[in-house]
Design a protein around this ligand. Structure first.
Ligand SMILES: [Zn+2]
Length: 256
């Protein structure tokens, strides 16, 4: 049976996600920004929390871990901590490891750049990837602990996932991301279509995620730094992709 998902908001613009295996009843929280919304989602679904899968150490992804661990005695899986500790970890994982939530199985993909410890959980059979703060719809995370070249390599790893992979990310930033992306690629038709779709979703009070890798790679400028038209659009024709990526990221950082 396919995995079931419950997506909900936490803090100001974070997303919480529950991943449920209907066969066994196992349920994982992907990150835990704060405990109360995760508990509310568990109550609404009747699911029982068995695991927390942490993508990276930032507090807005781990603030609820300890309280949920205390209450549900769930297993906490996390990357090997680098810059800051992650609370209540039972199991650390790295590139190539498998993480199972009963019958659901994920590959761990290391995606450093936003933080050095950042990982993505790719549930290949269910065509789901939980990308934390590495990839956002039409955007990517700020490069805080790593460097642009590292972040670009991480994004290419995600871009290489099958086109029908649904990406869940850590924040609702899509509309602001689109506003910036239009300044890089004003004539990108896939981006224009995504803008129409995202505005409709927001107007209806719906989340703009998940989104598929196939759609993202046509419209997200941060996944397109090796496309000749993108380099040319920012006056960097012929430059290496990582440099083009670094320039787009720097422009986004100062974009108002
Ligand atoms: Zn973060």
């Amino acid at each position: 049976m396919p995995a079931e998902i419950r997506l909900f908001t936490c803090l100001s613009d974070n997303y919480g996600v529950l991943l449920h295996d209907p066969e066994s009843g196992a349920t994982a929280s992907i990150d835990a920004p704060e405990a109360a919304p995760v508990e509310a989602a568990l109550k609404a679904t009747g699911w029982k929390l068995t695991d927390i899968l942490v993508t990276h150490h930032h507090h807005d992804h781990t603030g609820g871990v300890q309280a949920l661990k205390d209450k549900y005695k769930c297993r906490v899986v996390a990357p090997v901590a680098q810059k800051a500790p992650i609370p209540a970890v039972d199991e650390t994982v790295r590139e190539g490891d498998k993480v199972t939530v009963s019958k659901l199985s994920a590959n761990v993909i290391e995606t450093p750049g936003h933080t050095l410890d950042h990982i993505t959980y790719w549930f290949h059979r269910d065509k789901l990837a939980f990308a934390g703060d590495t990839l956002f719809s039409i955007g990517c995370g700020r490069v805080i602990e790593g460097n642009p070249e590292m972040m670009w390599r991480s994004l290419v790893k995600l871009r290489d996932l099958p086109n029908d992979t649904e990406i869940y990310c850590g924040h609702e930033y899509t509309i602001a991301n689109i506003r910036f992306a239009r300044t890089v690629e004003p004539n990108n038709q896939a981006l224009a279509a995504r803008e129409r779709e995202a505005k409709e979703q927001i107007a209806k009070g719906e989340p703009t995620i998940p989104v598929t890798i196939g759609e993202e790679k046509l419209a997200n400028p941060f996944l397109r730094a090796d496309q000749a038209e993108v380099a040319a659009a920012i006056g960097m024709a012929g430059k290496p992709a990582a440099q083009v990526f670094a320039e787009i990221r720097a422009r986004k950082n100062s974009f108002k």
